[in-house]
Design a protein around this ligand. Structure first.
Ligand code: PAN
Ligand code: ZN
Length: 187
């Protein structure tokens, strides 16, 4: 494959769109099987109105070695049996690092290396660094959509099975005062 030529992407910070734009992915509740602690609340929601939990809009940079793709994830506000809406979460098979930049709303970047858990509060302007070997999941902690830019090595790949096997170390809820309440993963 010949390398991509240099090009500019117009980013609309209000509408969170990229132009030119690559593929867009929509994750509904039914795509998040086995991830929420309360499986029956998940099943009821997935079989019911099956809401869109998040979207991922990519730039047209290919996901191959040496390229540096970007994407914008938008997580809608919500909770399933109290557990805040979130991305599936994944590990990069060869443990490549990644950079996130929060754009809109309020969120968190939950990371787990199999033993240690880290949580970064993400508000517009926060750069979250994901070091090699840390599985990562994003969470909307606010009451409006939470959006962030991700930049990652094109050959990184996405291992979703790792999270199903190892979990993410913690789960994110809100306490009575509206602060993030991280609970042991369980289940
Ligand atoms: C991000 C994520 C994106 C969606 O672009 O892929 O936020 O999360 P899941 O892939 O866990 O569903 C990234 O970390 N790319 O490597
Ligand atoms: Zn990643």
């Amino acid at each position: 494959t010949p390398p991509v030529s240099p090009f500019a992407i117009a980013f609309d910070a209000e509408r969170l769109t990229l132009s030119p734009e690559g593929p867009t992915l929509t994750r509904r509740m039914s795509d998040l099987e086995g991830l929420f602690l309360d499986q029956s609340a998940w099943a009821e929601s997935a079989a019911g109105d099956n809401p869109v939990v998040y979207t991922v809009t990519s730039s047209p940079v290919p996901e191959i070695n040496r390229e540096l793709p970007q994407s914008i994830t938008t997580i809608f506000p919500g909770a399933t049996a109290g557990e805040l809406w979130m991305t599936k979460g994944h590990q990069h098979p060869d443990h490549q690092g990644e950079i996130y930049l929060a754009l809109k709303g309020r969120g968190g970047l939950l990371m787990f290396d199999g033993e240690r858990v880290e949580w970064l509060d993400m508000t517009p302007g926060t750069i979250g660094y994901i070091p090699p070997g840390w599985a990562h999941r994003s969470v909307n902690t606010g009451d409006e959509p939470y959006a962030f830019l991700a930049v990652y090595p094109g050959g990184a790949g996405h291992d979703y099975g790792w999270v199903l096997t190892h979990g993410m170390g913690s789960r994110a809820y809100l306490d009575a005062s509206g602060s993030v309440d991280l609970r042991p993963y369980a289940g």
